[in-house]
Design a protein around this ligand. Structure first.
Ligand code: THG
Length: 367
């Protein structure tokens, strides 16, 4: 097998050796790191998430830490969602836009203290962005990427696994809230969150030298619940309607196009980056929208497809940004980003490997 590194531009996850031990067979680049995306048996990985419990190396979900007397101000200036009611130990899913109103990230923002925030980011350089905006505004903040590496434990049995290690108190953590925890001297935050709709927790490991130790503790405790490795599941998240920034968005996408309008507060102060552009876009009405597509040919069980042209009467109206076989719906399904003229129920063709495949536009989420 080819080796990776040593390389200062491609950082390794603290769970890397453990995932190799588990038999990882594919990675995807994300935030100058590698995210495991397959352990070689997609159906088993899907089943564990749906019916059991899976553990994911999501250390690529890096944290941008903002501290200092202007930390709350900067975090709000970067965020299109009102954070004034976000409590200490609470997280919020937040769209971040550039000055054009184009989505440039959709992190989970965690408030650790009145003057200390983490943005748990998707794949884009938000450290640089936060520093640039802070400097332009003259804010008194410190911004860094701390030694924090999330691991997700997801699925209907995730709570039992996490409670068996840390105690029953974790069952009381509310959705998107978090608490401090420790096991065998390994410091972390435990949040009820994760990139699936099957429930579970994210453990924000706060000591990168203990990654394999933490992996093994979860692995052993999860044994009797049938735990196994997995990753943010490419089909479950489509079935559930979860957006992948960069996967389903391009360099023109605004939050209203991709169903994030509910997280945008247009009455935020004018100094929020992108707010003025978003007010205009909202008034004019966005040009595209994200919907679902369900292909007719149920035998098309080919692998995952990305950014396929979507045609109506032979004319391109947008793209299927991501699609694949859904075991729950017994069909190939996908997200489409298409012109506003395309409506639910419309018949379209999705061009996959040069072949136009007929399908029907539908509402989201699929389930
Ligand atoms: N967890 C953490 N960091 C992350 C992700 C994560 N960083 C990268 C990426 N994922 C950020 N994007 C998302 C997208 C969706 C959700 C979380 C992060 C999510 N959405 C729920 C939904 O849409 O139903 C809940 C949103 C809400 O209503 O609050 O969970 O997964 N740490």
């Amino acid at each position: 097998m080819a080796e990776i590194g040593p390389n200062t531009r491609l950082r390794l996850s603290p769970y890397y050796d453990a995932t190799v031990q588990e038999g990882v067979v594919a990675f995807s680049p994300y935030n100058r790191m590698l995210m495991p995306v397959s352990y070689g048996d997609p159906m088993a990985e899907y089943d564990r998430l749906m019916h059991g419990v899976a553990m994911w190396d999501v250390a690529v979900q890096r944290q941008v830490q903002i501290s200092g007397s202007d930390a709350a101000r900067l975090t709000q200036v970067l965020s299109l969602r009102d954070l004034s009611k976000c409590a200490v130990n609470q997280g919020k899913y937040v769209p971040i836009c550039d000055h054009r109103g184009v989505l440039i990230n959709d992190p989970v923002v965690l408030k650790l203290a009145d003057d200390l925030y983490w943005m748990s980011i998707a794949d884009n350089n938000m450290l640089m962005w936060a520093r640039a905006i802070a400097a332009e505004r003259g804010f008194d903040v410190d911004i860094c990427e701390p030694d924090v590496s999330p691991m997700a434990v997801q699925g209907p049995k995730a709570e039992d696994v996490v409670a068996s290690i840390f105690g029953d108190w974790v069952r009381d953590i509310r959705f998107f809230w978090f608490a401090e925890a420790e096991i065998n001297g390994i410091p972390m935050k435990i949040a009820r969150s994760g990139f699936s709709k099957q429930g579970g927790f994210e453990l924000y490991l706060m000591d990168g030298s203990r990654g394999v130790d933490l992996w093994n503790i979860i692995r052993e405790a999860g044994q009797r619940f049938g735990i196994g490795p997995g990753n943010p599941n490419p089909v479950e998240r489509i079935e559930s309607g979860l957006l992948s920034y960069g996967g389903d968005t391009d360099d023109e996408t605004n939050p209203f196009e991709v169903r994030l309008g509910q997280y945008v507060n247009l009455d935020l102060a004018d100094d929020v980056v992108g707010i003025k552009a978003l007010r205009r876009i909202h008034a004019d009405g966005p040009k595209r929208h994200q919907l679902g597509v369900r292909l007719d040919d149920w035998s098309t069980q080919a692998g995952h497809a990305t950014w396929c042209d979507v045609l109506v009467d032979g004319q391109k109206v947008g793209s299927m940004t991501n699609g694949g076989w859904s075991p729950r719906l017994h069909a190939v399904i996908g997200f489409v980003l298409v012109s506003r003229t395309v409506k639910i129920g419309d018949r379209v063709e999705v061009v996959r490997n040069g072949e136009p495949l007929p399908g029907t536009i539908c509402d989201l989420p699929f389930v």
